[in-house]
Design a binder for this molecule. Sequence first.
Ligand SMILES: Cc1cc2nc3c(=O)[nH]c(=O)nc-3n(C[C@H](O)[C@H](O)[C@H](O)COP(=O)(O)O)c2cc1C
Length: 217
Amino acid sequence: MTDLEAVTLRHSVRAYKNIRIEQEKVDEIKELIDALNEEHGLHIQFIRNAGNVFNGIASKFTGWKGVPSYIALVGERGAKLDELCGYCGEQIVLLAQKLGLNTCWAGIFRRRQVKAEIGENEKLVIVIAIGYGVTDGKSRLSKPIEDVTDVKGDMPDWFRCGVTAALLAPTALNQQKFIFSLDGDTPSVRVSDTGPFDKVDLGIVKYHFEIGSGRKL
Ligand SMILES: Cc1cc2nc3c(=O)[nH]c(=O)nc-3n(C[C@H](O)[C@H](O)[C@H](O)COP(=O)(O)O)c2cc1C
C-alpha cells in the first residue's frame, strides 16, 4: 500500500476488536517512533495497554469501545510542539493503516490515566488510539477545495493533489480550519480560524499535502 492509498483508506475508528496487535507490527511502529523522536527531539511512546484512558463519561459520548493500545505524543514544551506532534503522529497513523490497523486521534481522554513518561519540561499533547477496528470507519463530508485555498490564477495539478490529500486528513471535530496558498511556485499553509487543536491539525494536513503533492512545505 502506498502512502497515498493509506491517505484515501484511512478513517477514524473508535470501536475495536478484542485482538492484540502482533509484536512484529508493534516493533515496526516503535521503529518509526524511535526515528521520529531522534529526528525531531520528541518523546513519543507506544503504550501497549490502554487501561482506562478511553473510559469514563466523555468517552461514553464519543463512542470509544475496546481501545487496546495508544500512542502518546509527548515532547518538550515550545511554540512548535503541537504542530510537530501532528506532523509526526500522522506518519504513525498512516503506517498503522498500511499494517492493516485502525486509529483515531483523541484530544479528549483521561489524561491522568496515561502511563507515558512525561519529563519536567515536557507536555502530553494528545494521544492516538490504535488497534483492529470493528469496522474500517467511513467517509465523511469535506469542505470544497475553493474554501481551503487562496490561489491567484490557475492551480497547478500538484498543488490540487496536495490539497485533495489534505482534505482527507483527520482534523479535530472535522473542523478543517486551514488555508493553502501559492506564492509563485512555493506552497504554504496556515490556520484560517482558531479552534481546538488547530496546530496539531496543521501538522497533520502538512504531512498529507506533502504526500499528495510530492513537495515539501
Ligand atoms: C487533533 C484531533 C483531535 C481529535 N480528537 C478527537 C476526540 O477527542 N474524540 C474523537 O472521537 N475524535 C477525535 N478526533 C477525530 C476527528 O473527529 C476526525 O478526525 C474527524 O471527524 C474526521 O473524520 P476522519 O478522521 O474519519 O476523516 C480528533 C482528530 C484530531 C485530528
